[in-house]
Design a protein around this ligand. Structure first.
Ligand code: S3P
Length: 431
């Protein structure tokens, strides 16, 4: 349990948020199946990405990790070794689903296990298409839940129409496709983050993208490379919202990833009237990066749905808090995917923000939030429910809350942002 700082007078200063979680996972995975050495700079040394490193070490890949510097000695597309131990994915959905894609292409047996939250997350969305390609996968509920066992190899390419807009589903199939003779194609209903596509190209591979359809041909030889991981916009989002809602604030976030499939939060801030500016955009041919400045803002409500949702899916908890401080009614819809994240984020956001007096209700596929509401706590205990993004959202909520409050299970935050509380402290000390 941790006492949170409430009623923070201002947040000022410049920080660099840690490296992007999605890109860090992919750099290790593609580095492992490439030929030669890959160096990764600004790697996210959070628990999720460390789980990915651990799984690949158990398949014979030499990986040196020194803080945010990682070196991966690639084994080539057919070089992974049958693990003698169970692969533990911890809390990480990305590790589980992308790893299943790679394991589907390997002619050996492996077992996967994760934590309590992973055991509740649906895996059929990847195990079904991978089974269509020929992988033999079993687990609880016919391979829908961990623990899972997989025996891969000898796959057939597929042309898959995914029912969900999910980069994890798309990436799992593309990674399996890289290990399969012929052309594998995935079509998604709405475009999801495209880090896998961009990174395969960075490793010298070929990926074809035609609107919502992505294709790879198999048995391409990937070449080890140098990867610089941009700051994670999903981590930056907590301080973007904090800067907008805490009085007398001005925050600069440097080196943030600005891949257009991830910048929905910036569109929403602009739509709501926030004083936000993006500067110094660079590196546009691989993963665009820039600096973002935000100041305390007068906010108005908005509607969020449709194709915007995958571009901000992980930011919805913090956007819900933002909406409590906007004039009017904010509607978030088309976001049923929130129910199968680290927690059911519709339920956890609504129940925790209500403890602070927010006017927020759950709907079938999102939430409705009425603002602007001053938040109050009288010795209230809020709970991360073991979900990093719920924990950080509540710590930001505390900054604008009158009274005292504590956070249960704050350690969940280390999954994606181990230095979160240090950064909050630095920003609250500057005048
Ligand atoms: C991720 C994709 C998203 C996102 C998750 C990371 C990725 O999940 O919520 O935090 O790295 O591919 P879905 O693919 O399930 O939407």
């Amino acid at each position: 349990m941790q006492l949170l700082r409430t009623n923070v007078p201002s947040l000022r200063g410049t920080i660099q948020v840690p490296g992007d979680k999605s890109i860090s996972h992919r750099a290790v995975m593609l580095g492992a199946i490439a030929n030669g050495t890959t160096t990764i700079a600004n790697f996210l040394a959070g628990e999720d990405c460390l789980s990915t490193i651990d799984c690949f070490r158990k398949m014979g890949v030499a990986i040196t990790q020194n803080g945010t510097d990682v070196i991966v000695e690639g084994k080539g597309i057919e070089g992974l070794k049958e693990p003698t131990e169970i692969l533990n994915v911890g809390n990480s959905g990305t590790t589980t689903r992308l790893l299943l894609g790679i394991l589907a292409g390997c002619s050996f047996h492996a077992c996967l296990i994760g934590d309590e939250s992973i055991a509740k997350r649906p895996m059929a969305r990847v195990t079904k298409p991978l089974a269509m390609m020929g992988a033999r996968i079993d687990g609880r509920d016919g391979g829908n839940y961990t623990p899972l066992s997989i025996r891969g190899g000898h796959l057939q390419p597929i042309q898959y129409h995914s029912p969900v807009a999910s980069a994890q589903v798309k990436s799992a199939i593309l990674l399996a496709g890289l290990m399969t003779d012929g052309t594998t194609t995935v079509t998604e209903p709405v475009k999801s983050r495209d880090h896998t596509e961009r990174m395969v190209r960075l490793f010298g591979g070929k990926v074809d993208v035609d609107a919502l359809t992505v294709s790879v041909s198999g048995k391409q030889q990937l070449k080890g490379t140098n990867v610089y991981v941009p700051g994670d916009i999903s981590s930056a989002a907590f301080f973007l919202v904090a800067g907008a809602i805490v009085p007398d604030s001005e925050i600069v976030l440097q080196n943030v990833g600005l891949n257009p499939t991830r910048t929905g939060i910036l569109d929403v801030l602009q739509q709501m009237g926030a004083d936000v500016a993006i500067e110094n955009i660079r590196n546009e041919d691989t993963e665009p990066i820039g600096d973002i400045m935000i100041r305390t803002s007068a906010l108005k409500a908005t509607e969020i749905g449709g194709a915007l949702i995958p571009r901000l899916i992980d930011e919805i908890p913090i956007i819900a808090l933002l909406a409590t401080q906007a004039e009017g009614t904010t509607i978030i819809k088309d976001a049923a995917e929130l129910k199968v994240k680290e927690t059911n984020r519709i339920d956890t956001v609504v129940s925790e923000l209500r403890k602070l007096g927010a006017h927020i209700e759950a709907t079938e596929d999102g939430m409705i939030i009425r603002g602007k509401t001053p938040l109050k706590a009288d010795g209230v205990t809020v709970d991360s429910h073991g979900d990093h993004r719920i924990g950080m959202m509540l710590a930001v909520a505390a900054c604008i809350t009158e009274g005292t409050m504590s956070l249960n299970r704050p350690e969940a935050i280390a999954v994606s942002y181990p230095t979160f509380f240090e950064h909050l402290q630095i920003l609250s000390e500057q005048k």
